[in-house]
Design a protein around this ligand. Structure first.
Ligand code: GLN
Length: 186
């Protein structure tokens, strides 16, 4: 298939690129609206700071391009801040971004300072995936269109909805390529 566009206005985009390199999958950084061209068949929204990313998405004109990509049903994978950008509703933030994922997400759900930890859980059929959390969100309610893929300590931290994948954790910060492979298979 084609090229994966990695949103690169802020945050952990380089780690996603390194993961795709390991898989031999072509990628392109998305910094300006024109970067999301016809060669891009899937998009990654990396971790970082969702408010900053939201502002930069607007000022670059990438917001409309990514929204159109999602509306066309093409694959998108949001990690951490990317999950926040995809959610229909944010419990503790007045912003809503792509409103594509039938879920309510709580930002900084584990606390801002000590909210970083590791765990292991399944992501759907992917068994025993190493989960890395960095001031991550979790999902406080899931609507009927979204499918729960991962739960940790009773909290939902991974979702799939058609061609949308979202994780509150950071698979790009591990050596485990399986979730990226799943994304590339969509
Ligand atoms: N705390 C960040 C936010 O609310 C997300 C953290 C991350 O992406 N690692 O946007």
């Amino acid at each position: 298939h084609g090229v994966t566009g990695i949103l690169a206005v802020q945050g952990a985009f380089a780690e996603h690129a390194a993961m795709l390199d390991r898989l031999g999958a072509p990628w392109k950084l998305l910094r300006a609206a024109d970067d999301l061209d016809g060669s891009i068949d899937r998009v990654i929204l990396p971790g970082g700071e969702s408010t900053t990313q939201g502002k930069l998405l607007r000022s670059t004109g990438l917001f409309e391009k990514v929204a159109a990509h999602i509306a066309a049903g093409k694959p998108v994978f949001g990690t951490c801040a990317g999950m926040i950008l995809l959610a229909d509703r944010l419990e503790n933030d007045d912003n809503v971004y792509f409103a594509a994922l039938d879920a309510t997400v709580r930002r900084n759900a584990y606390g801002r300072q000590l909210g970083s930890f590791a765990a292991t859980a399944d992501f759907g059929e992917v068994r025993d995936f190493p989960l890395v959390f960095i001031r991550g969100p979790y999902v406080v309610s899931v609507g009927p269109r979204a499918q729960v893929m991962t739960e940790v300590n009773g909290n939902v931290v991974g979702l799939k909805q058609g061609n949308i994948l979202a994780t509150a954790f950071h698979p790009e910060l591990t050596d485990d390529t399986r979730i990226h492979e799943l994304f590339l298979s969509l």
